[in-house]
Ligand binder design. Structure first.
Ligand code: AMP
Length: 440
């Protein structure tokens, strides 16, 4: 037997259905906010991530899947979505052809060679948003509220956004110096990762999961005390707009984010259920420039779909159907042909229909219909069919009635009141019945 690679998951059954439901909610909310879907390659040139995410980050130093392809090119499976979107923005010269800001969202798999555990995989999925071409705090607030509202729509009403500001370059330089001065006397006591971070990326010492309970961490300098006036004003505006958008947030100076490219606003989405962040993001004004494009201020975020789906399943708050509309039952070949014909007719008219595929007895078909929580059973019986009739049984009340085959669609239109949509409203079989009706 061949097993799946370590750190990957098979998405099946209930989880797969919740996943699709979550994606549908995301797509529909994105449409309301007028964000366009974008799809970039799963692998990119290795250099993109080194230059984009930063050589000193954990992701790039320890976690990428790098390989040489058969043409000796250095290739990396994308560990995150932003660098690819920015590369695409530059390569396709969107700054010249699109009205700014460009507002896009993506949804796809990312690859990180991490130690697998619950909520942490090597193949993970993220949906994310990037807005390229605006430095108005209004867009930071919109992007944060978009993430927040999607969580809310999915039933995660306890989502709280932890927000912080890293300010502009001068603010960060001042803060970095203050941090180094503060932690220098404790250098020997810091974990090995933090010892490395001390020189390369001292901001990341602040969110160290190993050291941050130590007493002297509590007194460490706080970023907001080092912000320039402009940076402070920017952050104040973002918070003001978040209030208008009714986003629940708290200022959390421990949020510095793992990637090098952030400035000003940074944030993470937390739920009370879980101490792992569901998502995070922030402003990255210099990345387009760093990757060879014109200066373009940007803001974005990514949410882990694996964690989002796990959270929804663990609370049992998914909004997906757990029943079907009808199960078509038959025994002989003539009846089976009607099952084939009528299941197609019903499905194309928007109803959720199942039938029998392995020649089971009627008794077993009743069981199968129950297994799918079928609202109605359609009993196809040769004698009735010869008279143009089918028997419909309400599987809840157990009431039965015989109706003419041509009224089947009307019957379901009338009796099934949920929001099933016809696959194609102009579908000929759907209209067929209506025309008949009008002619009568
Ligand atoms: P990041 O790109 O590291 O800021 O992560 C954004 C979100 O992606 C996190 O909050 C998680 O929900 C998700 N995520 C990151 N890494 C993993 C992983 N290894 N496995 C599962 N989800 C992840």
């Amino acid at each position: 037997m061949i097993n799946k690679p370590k750190g990957t998951v098979d998405l099946t059954d209930k989880e797969a259905r919740v996943w699709k439901y979550v994606e549908e909610v995301i797509d529909s909310v994105m449409e309301k906010y007028n964000y366009n879907y974008i799809r970039t390659p799963i692998f990119e040139s290795t250099e993109l991530f080194h230059r984009g995410i930063g050589d000193s980050t954990d992701i790039v130093t320890k976690e990428t899947y790098d390989f040489k392809d058969r043409g000796e090119r250095n290739i990396t499976l994308r560990p995150e979505g932003t660098a690819g979107v920015v590369r695409s923005y530059i390569e396709n010269k969107m700054y010249g052809t699109h009205s700014l800001p460009v507002k896009v969202y993506y949804n796809g798999t990312m690859y990180r060679y991490e130690r697998p555990q619950k909520g942490r995989y090597r193949e993970l999925s993220q949906y994310g948003v990037e807005v390229l071409g605006s430095n108005d705090p209004m867009i930071d607030a919109e992007v944060i509220s978009l993430a927040y509202n999607i969580n809310k729509m999915l039933g995660l009403t306890d989502t709280v956004v932890h927000i912080n500001s890293l300010g502009d370059k001068q603010s960060r330089d001042n803060y970095r110096k203050a941090l180094k001065d503060y932690f220098r006397p404790h250098l020997d006591d810091l974990c090995n990762d933090c010892k490395e971070r001390f020189d390369k990326n001292p901001l990341r010492i602040i969110d160290c999961k190993i050291d941050n309970n130590k007493e002297y961490f509590k007194e460490a300098p706080k970023i907001l005390d080092y912000l320039s006036k402009e940076s402070k004003d920017y952050f104040t505006k973002v918070c003001e707009y978040l209030d208008l958008l009714e986003v629940k947030y708290e200022i959390d100076q421990k949020i510095v984010r793992g990637l090098d490219y952030y400035n000003h606003t940074v944030f993470e989405l937390m739920t009370t259920n879980n101490n792992l962040a569901i998502g995070g993001g922030g402003r990255y004004d210099n990345l387009v420039d760093d990757l060879g494009g014109p200066f373009t201020p940007c803001v974005g975020y990514a949410v882990g779909l694996d964690r989002l789906v796990n959270e929804i399943i663990s609370r049992d708050i998914d909004n997906i159907r757990d029943d079907i509309d009808a199960f078509l039952m038959y025994v002989n070949e003539d009846e089976k042909k009607y099952a084939i014909y009528l299941s197609n007719l019903l499905r194309m008219s928007g109803f959720v229909v199942e039938t029998e595929y392995t020649g089971r007895s009627l008794k077993s078909q009743f069981k199968r219909a129950d297994h799918f929580n079928s609202k109605y059973l359609i009993l196809l019986n040769s004698d009735d069919l010869n008279d143009g009739l089918v028997t419909i049984k309400n599987n809840k009340t157990k009431e039965e009635e015989k109706i003419m085959i041509e009224y089947l669609i009307y019957y379901f239109d009338e009796h099934i009141s949920d929001d099933n949509l016809p696959i194609d409203e102009k579908c000929s079989c759907y209209n067929h019945g209506k025309e008949d009706d009008e002619n009568e």
